[in-house]
Design a protein around this ligand. Structure first.
Ligand code: SF4
Length: 471
């Protein structure tokens, strides 16, 4: 019997890339590949790249430099190793990658990785293969389903892509160029995926998309389904106890989504809703197509139906033309909303985006100073949010054994890690935990209920911290 070939994937960036990496593993499993945690014994190494962060492509080239040495060592030992670059840097810089790094065998964009087996075969024959066109047919039509043991090995929480690409064209962002136009998967395919995951032990689903609440997939009734309608259907899948979605745009929050938060016990009351800036002038320069007040009103609509809802966000400081007054408007917005957490970054230009040509750059020292002020404010809000849980009892979905012997770790509705001393049978269950203390961002507590001996039905496992409100 031929021994399995070994595949090592290094994935950078967002949850879409984590999901794509898993689907690459599923695709290549059919070709006899198994995953390895080490590059040294890999027959194929895939760098699944991200273009969002600063100097993304430079990081890829320096990683490729390291891999060249590993590949040469493998060749000296009589072993052939292939290197593929996937993801958004591959999409944006396909031919430049092979020109600068001849060590690369395959370059594949994020919409084409279902072609990896053919591309590897072509590279073996011709020396190299590149595919970065946006294909006419959706890759999801071709991707194989993950095997049951792969689903179980990935744990009780899973991402499912429902939508890809973006039509918003924020002036700082590369996504519309690297991931292409918005495309939504048909609802029936998503329901099939979720049912299959639930059948093999998954309890929590996070629906993902670059602009997830712009979802407008074909429904089984022939109508276009919104994200809210899709969530309503998925809440009925037996075994699924928690639903989340990410990442949303404030302009695409429609009434079906608000009503889903009002009605669905399984939909977690924690929404990541990027705003980027609190200044209308900067929001206009970013082409966000909403004002700070529009954003405040969206938050109010969520809060009107779920008093326990919490928010996180993304912020860019030092966008071209940002004055101290603009920045203070951001601080004012953060103070007013009160976040459970947020990501904040200094602006850095992405080649090919409109903002990269803007002239009014903010001095680096000002950016540094503003970032510190913003992060101090966000940290203080996050810390207050976490501390407020001490002494209360919250529901936790238990995920895995923790590093400390005897401890099991899970997540609250707000994604805070929570640790308890308990048997491993509680993994996959939602149980109430009395929170006793806080260690930085992690909660420590003890079970406030006796765990069930065997996996519960979905009805038994519904989150009790989530009050069903309204109709
Ligand atoms: S909405 Fe998000 S993904 Fe789309 S262009 Fe703006 S920042 Fe990028």
């Amino acid at each position: 019997m031929t021994p399995p070939r070994k595949l090592h994937i290094k994935s950078y960036g967002c949850q879409m890339n984590v999901y794509d990496a898993q689907r690459m593993v599923d695709t290549l499993a059919g070709e006899g590949f198994v995953e390895t945690g080490s590059v040294d014994d890999a027959d194929l190494v895939i760098l699944n790249t991200c273009h969002i962060r600063e100097k993304a492509s430079e990081k890829v080239y320096s990683e490729l430099g390291r891999l060249r040495a590993v590949k040469e060592e493998a060749a000296r030992n009589g072993r052939q190793m292939s290197i593929a670059v996937a993801g958004c840097v591959a999409q944006a810089e396909g031919s430049e990658i092979v020109a600068r790094a001849p060590v690369v065998d395959v370059v594949v964009g994020p919409q084409s990785y279902h072609h990896l087996p053919e591309l590897l075969a072509r590279a073996a024959k011709d020396g190299r293969a590149i595919e970065t066109e946006f294909p006419v047919r959706d890759k999801f039509e071709f991707l194989p389903q993950p095997k049951p043991d792969a689903i179980r090995a990935r744990g009780i929480s899973s991402f499912v892509t429902v939508q890809e690409g973006c039509d918003k064209f924020c002036t700082f962002c590369v996504v519309p160029y690297t991931r292409g136009a918005e495309v939504s998967r048909p609802a029936v395919k998503i329901v099939d995926d979720v049912e299959r995951l639930a059948d093999h032990g998954v309890r929590e689903i996070t629906l993902i998309g670059q602009n997830v609440n712009a979802y407008h997939g074909e429904g089984p009734d022939g109508r276009t389904w919104s994200l809210g309608t899709l969530l309503r259907r998925l809440a009925d899948v037996p075994g699924i106890v928690r639903l989340r979605y990410s990442t949303s745009h404030p302009r695409d929050v429609d009434e079906t989504l608000i009503q889903a938060h009002r009605d669905l016990a399984a939909l977690m009351p924690f929404v990541h809703l990027p705003v980027q800036s609190g200044s209308d002038r900067i929001l206009a320069a970013m082409n966000r197509r909403h004002t700070a007040d529009d954003y405040r009103r969206v938050i109010d609509r969520f809060r009107a139906v779920r008093q326990d809802i919490a928010f996180s966000s993304d912020f860019i400081v030092g966008f071209p033309g940002e004055t101290e007054g603009d920045f203070r408007a951001t601080l004012a917005l953060v103070t007013q909303i009160g976040y459970a957490g947020a990501y904040s970054f200094k602006y850095s230009p992405r080649p090919g985006t409109p903002a990269a040509d803007m002239q009014e750059t903010v001095p680096a020292a000002d950016m540094d100073e503003r970032l510190v002020r913003l992060q101090e404010l966000i940290d203080s809000q996050q810390s207050a949010f976490n501390k407020a849980l001490i002494g209360s009892t919250v529901d936790v979905l238990f995920e895995r054994a923790a590093r400390n012997p005897g401890q099991i770790v899970g997540r609250t509705a707000y994604l805070q890690p929570a640790h308890v001393m308990a048997p491993e049978e509680i993994i996959g269950q939602v149980l109430p935990v009395r929170i006793e203390s806080l260690a930085r961002y992690s909660l420590l507590g003890e079970l406030a209920a006796v765990p069930q001996c065997r996996p519960a039905s979905s009805a038994q496992m519904t989150d009790s911290s989530v009050t069903r409100m309204g109709a």
